[in-house]
Design a binder for this molecule. Structure first.
Ligand SMILES: Nc1ncnc2c1ncn2[C@@H]1O[C@H](COP(=O)(O)OP(=O)(O)OP(=O)(O)O)[C@@H](O)[C@H]1O
Length: 247
């Protein structure tokens, strides 16, 4: 489990600011969820924490080691699932996991258990190029877990999944005990259920950072979102349909 420190991190795209002077710390084993409207900076932040892009300013440390310019072993402790599943399309699901295991010096036996965990035990011999988006996402999650990461980053775990896949991924995330997790989602209800911490982003800035147990219900989370984030969740009926809360 990793301690993650983000200090005054910004990301500029030319004149445009994607992430603006963000600071927060994740405790070891904590699960934090990022909320924010389209363009709030969630993916930009996750990509920097995953070492897929560099901050323009500021510093990121994992267990007191700098992420940029630091020891490669720091980066090897991170598991990442992004919009782009980053799988080898021409390899089978099993081959993708085994390749990742070998790159990390991990016993490939773990791959079968992970295919089972994400509900693809019977599809492991198929090429990823023939998989649906939801299936690829499940392979990508399994791959991110192969090396038993200390820190898991997951950009929008719940989008584009059918109900069975959604439940399976939600169960996997809720069962992760030995890992610090940062996930982003527009699903306020599921995010609230998963999180120990809620981080609200608006226009690249961290506008609220609150313990999940400081909210009594998802409606309070929605109210906070409406107060702090651009793009109100809306009326009560609308908010229930948009947050996945059963009526
Ligand atoms: N490669 C890029 N080049 C230019 N601007 C970018 C780039 N990546 C992100 N941005 C901008 O940075 C801002 C934050 O984008 P980001 O993708 O992080 O938002 P997000 O919160 O993940 O949104 P969504 O909910 O739509 O996924 C947006 O204004 C976006 O246009």
């Amino acid at each position: 489990m990793a301690v993650v420190s983000v200090s005054a991190v910004s990301k500029h795209f030319g004149a445009h600011v994607g992430v603006d002077d963000l600071s927060f710390e994740l405790e070891s084993g904590e699960t934090a969820v990022l909320f924010g409207a389209n363009g709030a900076g969630k993916t930009t932040l996750i990509r920097m924490l995953a070492s897929l892009s560099r901050p323009t300013d500021g510093a990121i440390e994992i267990d007191d080691e700098p992420l940029v310019g630091g020891n490669a072993s720091v980066r090897s402790q991170i598991g990442v699932v992004t919009h782009d599943t980053m799988l080898y399309e021409e390899l089978t699901a099993r081959e993708n996991l085994r390749l990742h295991a070998r790159l990390h010096g991990v016993d490939t036996d773990v791959c079968e258990a992970l295919l089972e965990t994400v509900g693809l035990a019977d599809r492991g011999a198929e090429r990823v190029s023939g998989f649906s988006h939801g299936m690829s996402k499940r392979v990508s999650l399994a791959r991110a877990l192969v090396h038993d990461p200390d820190f898991l980053l997951f950009d929008e775990p719940y989008t584009g999944l059918d109900q069975a896949s959604l439940k399976r991924i939600a169960d996997v995330l809720e069962d992760l005990d030995d890992c610090t997790v940062l996930a982003s989602t527009h699903d306020l209800a599921r995010g609230f259920r998963l999180a120990d911490r809620l981080l609200f982003l608006n226009d690249g800035r961290l506008v609220d950072d609150a313990a999940a147990d400081s909210f009594e219900s998802v409606d309070e989370v929605i109210d906070r979102y409406d107060e702090r984030c651009r793009g109100s969740v809306g009326s009560d009926v609308d908010r229930r349909s948009r947050t996945g809360v059963p009526r």
